[in-house]
Design a protein around this ligand. Structure first.
Ligand code: ZN
Length: 311
């Protein structure tokens, strides 16, 4: 059994409109699915990704309109990192972010990168990564393909020293540990990294601008075997949950971060034409009866993609 890099990362926003503007317009990701939180269907669940919504590119947000600003602490992911293809791309993003009024730190060390925050304070990074993984790119207005984000490279999380090194990661999940607190997953198709940092003294607060969980990709669809293996080491995996676009199990790593293992299939084209992903509100069968009410209560969202790509 081998996990194939990151499947998706799910975060929290209090402002779906601002969120679409930042991730779909400024960062140029494709809004690939507009649906609701299956466990609380009164609020949006938005999915961004590459052109096809491929695992490894998917960033999702629950919208909780009343959520107070959160703060990353122990047991929480505090930074998401995407791959860029070249130093030229770093220059491009430095100019684009400056034009958008986004403050950033430019690192010109071994690996050129830009670190910044989204409008709600979520820590983000774009870094030049040379690897053989397929670039997962979306088409976007004003962003040439060679400058576009190429899918996730990894994340950083806060964990207490007592929780490190995390044997659940190395012995059960198949991460290698090339350096202290740095875990690397070498999947068949995609790699990813996961790093632990010493947490701040302030307790973390789950809220707007924080990460809810990270999902790893189970390309071989071996949930039953993963559940058995995780249960054997006391990780308490959930039963298999149907998420409409993928199947999932959930558990926590020793540092407290919520993990999910998700399948690549059936994927985002199961209920929508691949050419028009993310343009209409999609509801799973169990929530379809709520459509009339939801179209009244959910605030309409402008998808910059529909404007840019459609005549
Ligand atoms: Zn998830």
């Amino acid at each position: 059994m081998r996990l194939d890099g990151i499947h998706h990362i799910t975060c929290i926003t209090a402002d779906a409109r601002g969120n679409v503007d930042f991730y779909a317009r400024v960062l140029g990701m494709r809004l690939v699915k507009k649906t609701v939180n299956f466990d609380a269907p009164d609020v949006y669940h938005l999915y961004y990704g590459d052109e096809r919504g491929a695992p490894g590119s998917i960033l999702t947000f629950f919208e909780f309109p009343d959520a107070a600003p959160g703060r990353a602490g122990a047991g929480m992911i505090h930074r998401l990192r995407w791959r860029l293809g070249s130093d030229d791309a770093v220059e491009f993003w430095a100019e684009r972010l400056a034009r958008e009024g986004v403050e950033f730190d430019l690192d010109v060390g071994d690996r050129r990168s830009l670190a910044f925050r989204d409008p709600e304070g979520l820590g983000l990074e774009l870094a030049v990564v040379h690897c053989h993984d397929e670039p997962l790119v979306a088409a976007a207005d004003g962003i040439a393909p060679e400058h576009a984000l190429r899918g996730f490279d990894g994340v950083r999380a806060f964990a207490h020293p007592a929780d490190r090194p995390d044997r659940l990661l190395t012995e059960t999940m198949g991460f290698e540990m090339p350096a202290p607190d740095t875990y690397v997953l070498a999947g068949g198709h995609r790699g990813a990294s996961y790093a632990h940092d010493r947490p701040p003294t302030a307790v973390g607060v789950q809220g707007a601008g924080t990460v809810h969980h990270i999902a790893w990709c189970d390309r071989d669809q071996e949930h039953a075997a993963w559940r058995e293996q995780l249960a054997r080491v006391g990780a308490h995996p959930t039963p298999i949950v149907d998420r409409q676009y993928f199947q999932s199990i959930y558990f926590r790593e020793l540092g407290g971060v919520l993990f999910e293992i998700a399948t690549p299939s059936p994927g985002f084209a199961i209920d929508e034409d691949p050419d028009h992903l993310g343009e209409e509100l999609r509801l799973p069968p169990q929530h379809e009866h709520l459509r009339d009410r939801l179209t009244q209560t959910l605030r309409p969202l402008a998808n910059p993609r529909a404007k840019a790509v459609r005549p």
